[in-house]
Design a binder for this molecule. Structure first.
Ligand SMILES: C[S@@+](CC[C@H](N)C(=O)[O-])C[C@H]1O[C@@H](n2cnc3c(N)ncnc32)[C@H](O)[C@@H]1O
Length: 364
């Protein structure tokens, strides 16, 4: 039966004028991403950092060796970026800008444990390889395609060897982007969430990826812990043994090395619900009983409509981002509950929200 029609209310003149402005903004949102990409390609965050934390437009023109004739255009770019919180205005009459925490994340060359230059992530998701997916989204919806838009458009899977063969440069950057995305916050989490690691004697980090920073950081923070990393055999073969972490080649869909606790950090959002249930069921087989402190630790986005609107918008953008590139998804608490129950867990808890992400524990 068709749902009852809601009568269409004709907007007022004021609403129509506001709507037109909103439509312009929504239609042109991509220019914010492109302006940010341009700022990074020009090296503006790094230049401001090297200039001591703030810079005028003429300072930037000189530092970046740009033609003086581009000064007024650079002013307009910086004005847009400052209105989006990428830079902050120190002095509006002099048009002097300083870094915000966001642009601090885009500075190259800061030697600090908690700083990772996020440029590879930004440059990956604003590359034509990626934008083409969004351009073709309506076409993808009309096709009976099982594969995600990325595979459909490129005939290869992001992050995988098929993509490395076809587009080696993009693959290299995407891998760096993934490492930035996955690694950032590891040290902050170990500091702020050290409680969740208390009492753990052995842990399997399911899926290594990149430079294996997570497992190494855990061993550094908790030297008594026996840490095993599981990844596909072809990935494990590339890792030099370090005598600290135990590296095991295998398939998480078949079995996971036994440990008191299994960690799934930034893994499940890559997979469908059906696949997550299979992975989680294997985690359950691998861990100790609840009485012995067995649990699965999960680090991933937890969609929350009650979060402040910008944070929720970020989470929704990351959900569509996942839909485009991997066919995975971001989940709200009900979605998480569903897959934990289907995998046979008795209980779970959202331990803490952590930026756009959350840390969950599932108990056998
Ligand atoms: C997104 S990364 C995991 C992120 C990582 N936990 C981190 O936080 O940096 C994906 C990894 O999953 C691995 N992987 C994919 N399929 C797998 C499988 N069936 N079994 C084990 N590892 C797998 C890939 O080789 C890749 O290294």
């Amino acid at each position: 039966m068709a749902t009852q029609a809601t009568p269409i209310v004709v907007p007022t003149d004021a609403e129509l004028l506001q709507a037109q402005a909103d439509l312009w903004r929504h239609s042109l949102y991509y220019l914010k991403s492109m302006a940010l990409k341009c700022a990074v390609e020009l090296g503006i965050p790094t230049a401001i950092y090297r200039l001591g934390g703030s810079a005028s437009i003429p300072d930037l023109i000189t530092a970046l060796s740009l033609p003086v004739a581009k000064q007024q255009f650079l002013s307009r770019l910086m004005r847009l970026l400052a209105s989006s919180g990428v830079f902050s205005v120190v002095d509006s009459t002099e048009a002097t800008y300083s870094l915000t925490p966001l642009s601090y994340l885009l500075v190259d060359g800061i030697e600090a444990d908690d700083h990772i230059n996020h440029a590879p992530f930004l440059l990956t998701v604003t590359a034509t390889h990626y934008i083409d997916l969004a351009m073709g989204l309506a076409h993808w919806f009309k096709q009976d395609a099982k594969k995600p838009p990325f595979d459909h458009v490129h005939g290869a899977s992001l992050f995988e060897e098929s993509m490395e063969r076809k587009h080696p440069e993009f693959h290299k950057m995407a891998m760096q982007g993934l490492i930035v995305h996955d690694n950032f916050g590891t040290n902050i989490a170990l500091r702020e969430l050290s409680d969740i690691y208390q009492g753990i004697n052995s842990l399997t980090d399911c899926c290594y990826h990149g430079d294996g920073m997570t497992a190494k950081a855990i061993v550094k923070a908790f030297p008594h812990m026996k840490v095993t990393v599981l990844d596909l055999p072809q990935e494990i073969r590339k890792i030099p043994t370090d005598g600290v972490v135990n590296y095991v080649g295998g398939d998480m869909f078949k079995s996971i090395p036994r440990a008191q606790v299994v960690l799934l950090k930034m893994v499940l959002h890559h997979w469908s619900d059906e696949d997550c249930v299979k992975i989680l069921a294997n985690c359950k087989k691998a861990i100790a009983s609840r009485e012995e402190g067995g649990k699965v630790l999960i680090g991933d986005i937890v969609l929350d409509p009650a979060s402040e609107p910008v944070m929720f918008e970020t989470q929704l953008l990351m959900d569509v981002c996942m839909m485009l590139m991997k066919g995975g998804r971001q989940r709200d608490l009900n979605d998480w509950r569903d897959i934990f129950i289907k995998a046979g867990f008795s209980d779970f808890k959202l331990v803490k929200k952590f930026g756009a992400r959350g840390v969950l524990e599932a108990y056998p």
